[in-house]
Design a protein around this ligand. Structure first.
Ligand SMILES: O=c1nc2n(C[C@H](O)[C@H](O)[C@H](O)CO)c3cc(O)ccc3cc-2c(=O)[nH]1
Ligand SMILES: C[C@H]1O[C@@H](n2cnc3c(N)ncnc32)[C@H](O)[C@@H]1O
Ligand code: MET
Ligand code: SF4
Length: 370
């Protein structure tokens, strides 16, 4: 039984035979992808306040020390991104800061907001005005929170991390697999193209990895909204004791992900954290958002490779490297009356004229229909 499943009314059950089939998958069983994609983004760490204290994470700051970017600071990052040729504004930050963060809440109130989501809406609008498409990963969200920002995001995401109860999700307030799955389900209900994934090496076992992949697949079967799954290895840092999983472990998890998920879902590994070259024959077809101008603020010790290096990686694998938008092509093409994945707002941004529209259109012309 997945922890928190009852509380969040998650009705996912696993078939033992299916789990066994996945556990038997080895790298030789999956095919290599025939292209690699990536998106050009700027990372915007809206706030380092977080209600959780995951032991693998160096990102969050305690109350009293947490930062909150002002609209002017956000605009500056977004402009820098636009000037560097990006298409994506990646808003990834601490989970919904709780009442302990009085300074953050006071500052938000001063700017006319009663929640981080209300503020997120304002900065997503700002990014759109400046010519970038928002992709927000604010952690767990209630249906009301997600609804507040859905129409100003091209896509959104949250890492499932794992369906297991792990000690890494420590402290009085914790990530809970039932709540993560509920967030992914909410995205399906709201028709938001969605990114999720597994964090590998935080105390989960092989069966947990198989269950996590199957849980994502089952939600995708209901809603069709998962665009990619990230298979991310935990990396060591000054706060965490976790060891980086071995290349062999990562090869097997990536292969399991490819075998578990339907073809339309991309399998992404982050090129700044993973032994990427050694994973390409396990079905990886996406390298995620890569920034020419900002750090990976979640893992700041791990610099982004330059575009040149991504080209080398693709060349070594003998496949073309293609830029994509933060929302996959399939959702743009599938946007009919009975299936609306994109709000009018996002659709207009992508179809707009001028320098902005041209940039999106040229990425789309190059990209593959996935
Ligand atoms: O730079 C990063 N980008 C992360 N991204 C961004 C991702 O690489 C791209 O924004 C998406 O592929 C959309 O283009 C995430 C997106 C999510 O929805 C959920 C989790 C992540 C995790 C990271 C991350 O740790 N570092
Ligand atoms: C945005 C995502 O970053 C991941 N994340 C947080 N800390 C680490 C770490 N030390 N190593 C790798 N990934 C991490 C989590 O999976 C989170 O959901
Ligand atoms: C900075 S971590 C990424 C966003 C969110 N806090 C989560 O863990 O899901
Ligand atoms: S991983 Fe996300 S939820 Fe966990 S402590 Fe870090 S910022 Fe908070």
């Amino acid at each position: 039984m997945i922890s928190g499943a009852d509380e969040y009314d998650i009705d996912i059950t696993f078939d033992e035979a299916e789990i066994d089939r996945l556990l038997a998958v080895t790298p030789g069983d999956v095919e290599s992808a025939n292209s690699l994609t990536y998106a050009k983004n700027v990372f915007i760490p809206l706030t380092t306040a977080c209600r959780y204290t995951c032991t693998y994470c160096t990102y969050f700051d305690p109350p009293g020390e947490a930062s909150l970017l002002s609209p002017e600071e956000v605009r500056e990052i977004v402009r820098m991104g636009f000037d560097a040729g990006c298409t994506e504004a990646l808003f990834t930050f601490g989970d919904d800061p709780d009442g302990r963060y009085t300074q953050v809440h006071d500052q938000l109130a001063e700017w006319g907001h009663d929640s981080i989501h209300s503020y997120l809406r304002e900065v997503c609008e700002l990014a759109l005005e400046e010519g970038l498409l928002p992709h927000s990963n604010p952690g767990d969200q209630t249906p009301e929170q997600m609804e507040l920002v859905a129409d100003v995001n091209a896509s959104m995401g949250v890492m499932l991390e794992t369906t297991a109860d792990v000690a890494a999700h420590a402290g009085p307030r914790q990530k809970n697999p039932g709540q993560r799955l509920a967030t992914i389900r909410t995205a399906g209900e709201l028709g938001v193209p969605f990114t999720t994934g597994l964090l590998v090496g935080i105390g989960e076992d092989w069966r947990d990895r198989a269950e996590s992949l199957l849980a994502i697949r089952k939600l995708h079967e209901r809603y069709g909204h998962i665009q990619e799954i990230i298979v991310q290895n935990v990396v060591p840092n000054e706060r965490s004791q976790f060891e980086q999983p071995s290349v062999e472990t990562m090869r097997r998890v990536v292969s399991m992900a490819r075998a578990a998920l339907p073809e339309e879902i991309s399998v992404q590994v982050p090129p700044n954290l993973s032994p990427t070259r050694e994973l390409l024959d396990c079905g990886v077809d996406d390298l995620g958002g890569v920034s020419p101008v900002t750090d990976d603020y979640i893992n700041p010790d791990y610099a982004w490779p330059a575009l040149r290096e991504l080209e080398d990686i693709a060349e070594e694998a003998g496949v073309p490297l293609r830029e994509r938008l933060p929302v996959y092509r399939r959702f743009l093409d599938d946007d009919s009356d009975d299936e609306t994945w994109l709000s009018d707002r996002i659709r207009r941004a992508i179809d707009s004229g001028g320098e902005t529209g041209e940039r999106y259109q040229s990425v789309l012309t190059e990209s593959i229909p996935r």
